[in-house]
Design a protein around this ligand. Sequence first.
Ligand code: T4K
Length: 376
Amino acid sequence: MIKEEIFVTKPYLPPKEEYEEYLKYIWESRHLTNNGKLLMEFIGKLSELMGVKQCLPMSNGHMALELMLQAFGLSGEVITTPYTFASTTHAIVRNGLTPVFCDIRESDCTMDPDKIEALITEKTSAIVPVHVYGMPCDVEAIEAIAKKHNLKVIYDAAHAFGETINGRNVAQFGDASMFSFHATKCFTSIEGGCAVAKDPDVMLRIYQLQNFGIMDEENVVFVGANAKMNEFQAAMGLCNLKHFEENTLRRKAVVEHYVEKLEGIEGLRFFDYKSDSVTFNYSYFPIFIDKDKYGLSRDDVYKYLLENNVHARKYFYPITSEFECYKDCGFKGNVSVAKRMSECVLTLPLYVDLDLEIVDDICDLLRNASAMVKKS
Ligand code: T4K
């Protein structure tokens, strides 16, 4: 049994003095939110890192996605994946759009491009794929299909901040992308998110929508919401940005340690992080358990780890198409791979200061659990 409780993640916090410097400024300026100076500085630094002309940090990733979909003025059906967090499907449905579920690839759990075209109808207006766990989608294939059928591609890139594909930042793909800066993410502004869109008119509309659709003191032109990022969030983002590169290396070391220690355990599979084309941010470490070969089911392993103080999580189970709130909606889509993957996945603890000895202990638990069952 591991002595202390180990959670799936633990947010990185910068040295307190670095945040306090920004707090001093906030106290002096009394500018707490609504386009403060720190937000402007954050926008500049983020745009530079992502190599985009414009981006807009917002209150959280979900609102960024929801308002981004609204800004495109979409209608009808949106092809998406059910192998994701609630936010992706909710953002579509809350825009009055109908999700059509496309299955995923077993290799990386992202949308299977070979299954998209069969789902396109005259009602389809967009594709919303997810770079789930920071595994980049097959952007080339997806965008070729979108171009052919004149559809928008809006990525849920909640997990993919800072990653590159063939040397280009992930934010540069598709028509738009949303990133999450939630406390549980590899880069955090406490709560927070960011919208990136290529079309400056769409960017402007997102900007208007996140402030109630207000144009000026006397004109409210769109039915917007409040999704503004405040100065405390921007300050945290600015601090954490300074440490992002170094933190990515520390998470990479944890992932490599897991891979080394888990390799060879029959019935456990994990992603291949060796890639010539992708630089990962190492935000999640999911494992997939084959009960017949490993000897225990995912749920058995979840319980066993919990009894030993390890709080692994079933990200992403159940798939969103099976949520209670959607059970009577009759949304279309054959998603047998997504369902199967969701039933065997377990996401292991991963964060910057996760001690490698704890990783050893978690791996020993996983190795021993299987060995014990096979012996008995
Ligand atoms: N799209 C995708 C694909 C997403 O995964 C998400 C969010 C979104 C969109 C929407 O982005 P945001 O609107 O959230 O920016 C968490 C997060 O709340 C959520 O941001 C994230 N995805 C999702 C995958 O995970 P929970 O309900 O599992 O979080 P919670 O509170 O159980 O936290 C997990 C563990 O982290 C805890 O056991 C302990 C630790 N923790 C958590 C927090 C919040 C800390 O140590 N400190 C903390 O402050 O959803």
